[in-house]
Every structure is written in C-alpha cells, then in structure tokens.
Design a protein around this ligand. Structure first.
Ligand code: URA
Length: 204
C-alpha cells in the first residue's frame, strides 16, 4: 500500500495563476472562468478529483460528456479502466491520488482542445501542480505530456522513461481511451508505466 501523502506545500504562496495562493481559491476562479469559448457549452467546470494531499497526480486531456455532467474527471469508461489499472498496479484508489485535466471544460463533441484553449487554461493546471506539490506526475496521452513537457513528440515516443518536470518527476503514459482502443499491448505498456511511477513514488 502506498502512503505517499504530502502536505499542501505550495499553499500560502503565489502560484502561476495571478493572485491565487490556495487550491480552494484556484478552484473558485476556475468555476467562474469565462476566458475561452468552451465556457459557453459546459454543464460543469471539471476542476479535479481525488486527494489534493497525495504524492501522485494524474493529468488527462479534457472532460468528456460524462465528466461534464458529473463535474468530476475520468468518471466514464476511460476513468474506470484507469481506476482499475491503478488499483491493480499501485494498490490505491482516488483517495491515494489527485487527478485533473489540461483543459477544464468539455470541448464540443469531444474534439481535441484547440491550442488557444490550452494556452488560456494551462495556468490552472500549472497552479494545481504547484499547490498540490506531487512527487510524481503521470500524464495520460499526448496532450498532457506535450503541454507539461513543452515537446511535440507523441506519447508512443515519450513513454518508457521518466522526465524532470518543475522540480518533480513526470512519467508519460497512454490515455486510457487509447488502451480501450488498443487492447492488450497498450494496457500492458500502461501497466509498466504505472509500475515506473510507483517505484519513483516510493523511492527515498
Ligand atoms: N478523458 C480525459 O482526458 N479526461 C477526462 O476527465 C475524461 C476523459
């Protein structure tokens, strides 16, 4: 059982989002955000889920229909697969990790977020990382890895190792939707990436 639980080390000092010093303040700002056109089509802002004191954070792409309706990330089929793989490989549920997306509002018809939408929204994610202060960040799919690492390569090239990211360590893996489409090979690669994240999490 992994018990890498940490204090909100960032709380109380300014983060990337101007004027914000707490996760609750950041969430309140996000819930009222109208900075890009995605706000017009949303049912809910999907800010984050899980445990904000955990040492492990997952980052996905953007809410889908189920998440938009629930106001919670990864509650649909992809999320169920992710929950199962994390439970099997790390022995934890969402009380043991924090989870958020690059973009907080659902793009219409689940299209990819546009570069301007990512650029407008990314300060929320960067501030979430600063405030939650996880030891290990696992990115799910191309968008999250490219956004946080500032690279253009896809996850197929990036995965298989860990990268330094803002004083912590980032492990890229596939989006669980790719695992649902790709079957056993992709699932086994995701499992290997989760084991990599686990070893980094428990390392002294
Ligand atoms: N896909 C994502 O990237 N995020 C979610 O919250 C759900 C599906």
């Amino acid at each position: 059982m992994i018990t890498a639980v940490r204090k909100l080390a960032g709380a109380g000092r300014p983060v990337t989002s101007p004027g914000v010093t707490t996760l609750a303040g950041l969430e309140a700002e996000a819930l009222a955000c109208v900075a890009c056109p995605l706000h017009a089509g949303r049912t809910n802002v999907v800010f984050a889920g899980g445990n904000s004191t955990a040492g492990l954070m997952f980052v996905g792409e953007a809410p889908g229909r189920d998440e938009d309706l629930a106001g919670e990330p990864f509650v649909g089929r992809s999320g169920k697969l992710l929950d199962r793989l994390v439970a099997e490989e790390l022995g934890i549920d969402r009380t043991g990790y924090y989870i958020a997306n690059v973009v907080k509002c659902r793009p219409p018809a689940n299209r990819d977020p546009l570069p301007t939408e990512v650029a407008t929204c990314r300060h929320y994610l960067e501030s979430q990382v600063e405030l939650v202060d996880p030891k290990v960040v696992v990115t799910l799919g191309n968008f999250a890895a490219r956004t946080l690492l500032g690279v253009t390569e896809g996850v197929t090239r990036l995965r298989g190792k860990a990268y330094p990211y803002a004083g912590r360590v980032l492990v890229p893996t596939f989006h669980p939707a790719a695992a649902l489409r790709g079957g056993a090979v992709v699932v086994s690669q995701m499992r290997a990436d989760l084991v990599r994240a686990k070893l980094l999490l428990i390392a002294p």
